[in-house]
Each structure stands twice: as C-alpha cells, then as structure tokens.
Design a protein around this ligand. Structure first.
Ligand code: ADP
Length: 529
C-alpha cells in the first residue's frame, strides 16, 4: 500500500520521525539506525549501511546496517574492524569502503546492483557516509537525492552532537579526576554555600566521607574550633566578600577531625567564580593540611627552650666552679680542688652527652641515622661498665648487675648501645630521687636476649604512658619534681633499639613502686647470619 501514499506525505512523516529521534537524545548508533531506515525506506531499498570515521584511530567503520543479516556482515571483517584513512585521503578510503559495501549488498540480495553514497560532512571534512542500494526498479530523481542528502546532513549533525557530548563528558571526567586525585584538598560550593564536590584528599584530612559532605552546608563540615585568621568564609561574606579587587580569601585555623578528638590545622583558599553579571555562582576552595607544619613549629619552639635551658645548667656550673678555683684570695686544699675538678669533668660529660643526643636526634630527623654494626658486642660487660660509672656518682642508690653466665654476644653498634644503657640507667637514678635499688639484668632466649633496668622510683603515670617515647616529651612526674632533661633520651633509645631490630617497652613493678624498662635484641646465630 505504501506506493499509494502521497510521497510528500511520506517524506514529511520521515522528517518528523528523524526530528523526534534527534530530540530524544538517543544513543548515536540508534539515531543513525533510524535515519538509515528512513533513507532506505524512501527509495524502496532493502539494504543500507552507515560507516563513520573514528578520528582517534583514523578508521572508517560500520556503525549501523539495515537489511543485512549478521552472518553476512561478519564475513566482511575489514569493514567491521575498520578501513584506515589518512587525513585528506578520506575519499580514497571511502571508495574501498564502497567496494566492500557493494559486495555486502550483492551477497544479501543478488538483485541489488545500483548503489548510492551519501557522504556526511562536518565543515569540509568527511566524517562518514550512508550507503543505500535501491532496488533496480526504483528510479531516483534529483529531488529525492537532495532530500536524501538532507538526511545525511542530519546524520552528520547527530554525529557532531554526540561527539561534542562525548568530549564534554570526557572533559568533565578529566576535571573530576584531577579534582579527586589532587594531593591538596579541593571543595566546590554552590551559590547557596552547599558543598557540591569534596575530594579524596579532603576525606583523608577531615575524616568526613565525600557522600556525607556533598549536599551539606559548608559550615556544617568546616566547623572551626579556633581561627588563626581574622575571619572565616561566613564572616567574610557578611562583610561583602568577594570585593572586585580582593578576590581570594584565605582562612586558617584548627578543627576536630571526624571520629576522635584529634585537632588538625587547615589553611583554606576560597576563590569565587562569578558570572558575566558579577554574581557569584560557586566557590572553589583549596585546602592544605598544615598539621605537620604546626607540630614541627611547636617542636622547634620546645627544642629551643629545652636546649637552651639544658645547655645553660652545665655551663653555669662549670663556670661557677672554675671561677671559684681561680680566686686569688683563696688557697684551696687539694681535696676541695679535686672535688671541684671532678664536678667540672662530670658536667662537661653531661654537656657532651647532651650534644651527642641532639646530633643523633637531628640525624634521625634528616634520615642520615646509620648504625655502625660490629660483631660480638658484649652487652653484659657494657652493663657492668656503665653501672660502675653511675655507681660512683650516687650514694643514695644501690646498683646491681645480674647477668647469667655465657650471656650471648650480639651484632650491634657498640657506641649506640652504650648510649642506651646510659639513658636507661641515668633515668632510673634521676626518677628515683629517694634512692633505692636499681637492678640491671639480662635474660637469654632462643632467638633473642632481653635486658631490664628496674628502679624503685616515682613510676610513670598511666595517662601519660603513650607519649613516653616521643621526642621532647617530659611527663608530669619529671616536671613537677623539676628534674633536668630534654625528653630526648627515650626517643633516641627506642630509635637505636628499633634500628637493631629490637623492641623496647616498660612495665610498672609488681607490688612495688617504680618502673622496669626492658629491651630485646635478636641474637644472630652464625649459620643464619
Ligand atoms: P628526660 O629524662 O631527658 O626528660 P627521657 O626521654 O629520657 O627524657 O624521658 C622522658 C620522660 O619519661 C621523662 O621526662 C620522665 O618524665 C619519664 N621517665 C623516663 N624514665 C623514667 C623512669 N625510670 N621512671 C619514671 N619516669 C621516667
């Protein structure tokens, strides 16, 4: 019945159908299939093919067919896999494509002999072609050809739109990836200050999941505990920000990380995005985690105050004693002179220890801390020597050394291990101001040895146990008793033991006051070394 229908009416119907398809934002291949069907219908053809250029791969490839059974199409692999073309040589490639297309049409229906190619253009460039194979009874008039060409132009438009859409989507994904992967925190706010983007770095910094932040008001997520700048975003907006010539806003302060009560320091730079009428449409915020920087700043301040205090004490003692000995008006008995000189020597030793500790701490920080490993370090004899040295300096304490016979020697850095004994034994003395027993003992295990330094001193408060091995940490027990120290000793001791693949820990003494510090070191058996 189709040939009874007024051809103009049929053309109008097809135009509507194509128009609807274009508006429906269907997938490109579906749009091309509808256009191909309309084109072939119009000329009473049974077979049609659409090929498209793939600019990335420089190939022409079949993207839609009409009336071609799949099994036939599969026989023409070169066409489905793509015919290469060079820029400016599209026409030559299209001829090759046409040859294959004719073969397909012929195999599908041997009666199809004539063919019509309707190239699709984007500007000057050919981006594809529709091929139709009218039945031999159908004479195509010039006006129909022009009409068909307009279908090809629509198909080209659909391709162009789809490619634009693809490019925009790809660009959006690229931008999203950049925002998400950025090492700095990035947050985007809409004009009502609701968060529309919250990247992975911000999730790490704040502990707030992206899904929890997106859609929420900015002030619900950025709840400053304290500010280091004069204003936050909301204060600035209330004061008329953004002013035309001061576009960026910098806000810095501390807030609590979600889950837990850890304070983090953040620096946020807000940049407004304005439309052409100067109205703010969104705000991009770059967020930097300044916590480490602030901690280091604090550590540096502590360092300077601790070190200057600790250096001053021995220096003023040395100066005082040296000045006294030098007085012209006094004739000191030999015993006094010897005692003063011994004190000067002791304080000079303290100074050397302090400087050594500082050097080691800075080596640890700069990553240049290296052990000088020698075979066969005899821990038992180090324990005896160091204990003997300290024994001579105290009357209040009884220092005992209890090591089993044949205590194994270990591979280690002797000088540093002496430093470990120095730190632990001097702490045991320092933090048992009432005196008492200090026992340095050793235990042998199959794979490792353990050394313990047990005192009967003031003990370590439970609530402070977690920070005892931290740099510059001096607990209340030390500060309230005004003992001297830098809070570096245990930090270094732990670093030295860990560098030897050992462990260090402490325990309260059972049923007795005081603390026991223990460390383990591996015994390297000659066969496993
Ligand atoms: P310093 O003794 O120079 O302060 P350390 O790093 O050696 O530094 O020790 C850190 C803190 O640990 C000390 O200030 C003190 O509060 C505590 N501490 C260390 N050893 C003992 C101990 N044996 N008994 C009680 N408290 C100790």
């Amino acid at each position: 019945m189709a040939n009874l229908v007024n051809p103009w009416l049929r053309e109008r119907e097809l135009i509507f159908e194509i128009g609807r398809t274009l508006m429906a934002e269907l997938e490109l291949n579906e749009v091309l299939r509808v256009i191909l069907q309309a084109t072939t219908d119009l000329v009473a053809s049974k077979v049609g093919i659409v090929i498209l250029a793939e600019p990335d791969e420089q190939l022409f490839r079949v993207v839609a067919t009409y009336g071609v059974p799949q099994r036939i199409l599969e026989k023409f692999r070169p066409l489905t896999q793509g015919i290469p073309y060079a820029d400016g040589k599209e026409r030559e490639a299209l001829e090759e494509v046409l040859r294959y297309a004719k073969q397909i049409a012929h195999v599908t229906d041997p009666n199809l002999e004539s063919s019509l190619g309707l190239p699709m253009y984007s500007g000057e460039a050919i981006i594809g072609s529709i091929f139709i194979f009218p039945s031999h009874r159908y004479m195509i008039s010039q006006s129909v050809v022009r009409f068909l060409q307009s279908f090809a132009a629509w198909a080209a438009l659909a391709v162009k739109n789809a490619r634009l859409y693809e490019a925009v989507t790809a660009e959006k994904q690229r931008l999203n990836a950049i925002i998400q992967q950025s090492a700095d925190g990035v947050m985007i706010l809409d004009s009502t200050l609701n968060i529309s983007e919250f990247n992975a770095a911000l999730v790490r910094m704040t502990g707030v999941k992206s899904a929890e932040a997106v859609g929420k008001p900015h002030q619900n997520i950025m709840r400053w505990k304290s500010l280091r700048t004069d204003t936050d975003l909301h204060g600035a907006l209330a004061n008329g920000w953004p002013l035309p010539n001061a576009t960026y806003l910098y806000v810095e302060g501390d807030l609590y990380k979600k889950c837990g009560n850890k304070l983090i320091s953040l620096g946020v730079t807000y940049a407004p995005l304005l439309n052409e009428r100067g109205k703010m449409t969104s705000i991009i915020a770059n967020v930097r985690d300044l916590t480490r920087y602030r901690e280091e700043e604090k550590l540096q301040k502590t360092f300077i105050s601790v070190v200057s205090h600790e250096l001053k004490t021995p220096v003023s003692i040395i100066k005082g004693y040296a000045g006294t000995l030098q007085r012209d008006d006094a004739d000191w008995p030999q015993a006094i002179t010897n005692e003063y000189l011994a004190t000067i020597e002791e304080e000079a030793d303290n100074l050397t220890d302090l400087i050594d500790n500082l050097l080691e701490a800075s080596r640890l920080q700069s990553g240049t801390f290296k052990l000088d490993i020698h075979n066969e370090v005899a821990l038992a004899s180090i324990a005896r020597n160091v204990t003997k040295k300290f024994d001579a300096q105290t009357d209040k304490h009884q220092l005992l050394v209890q090591f089993p016979p044949h205590f194994p020697e270990i591979d280690g850095d002797e000088r540093r291990l002496v430093q470990v004994f120095n730190n632990l034994i001097s702490n045991a003395i320092k933090y048992s101001p009432e005196g008492g027993e200090i026992v340095v003992s050793g235990e042998i295990h199959p794979e490792h040895v353990i050394v313990r330094v047990q005192d009967s001193g003031i003990g370590i408060p439970h609530h402070e146990q977690h920070r005892i091995f931290q740099q510059f940490s001096r607990l209340d027990n030390a500060l309230s008793r005004q003992t001297e120290g830098t809070g570096l000793g245990l930090f270094l001791t732990k670093a030295i033991i860990n560098a030897h693949n050992g462990d260090i820990w402490f325990t309260d003494n059972d049923d007795a006051p005081g603390t026991t510090f223990s460390f383990s070191l591996p015994i390297l058996h000659p066969e496993s070394a």
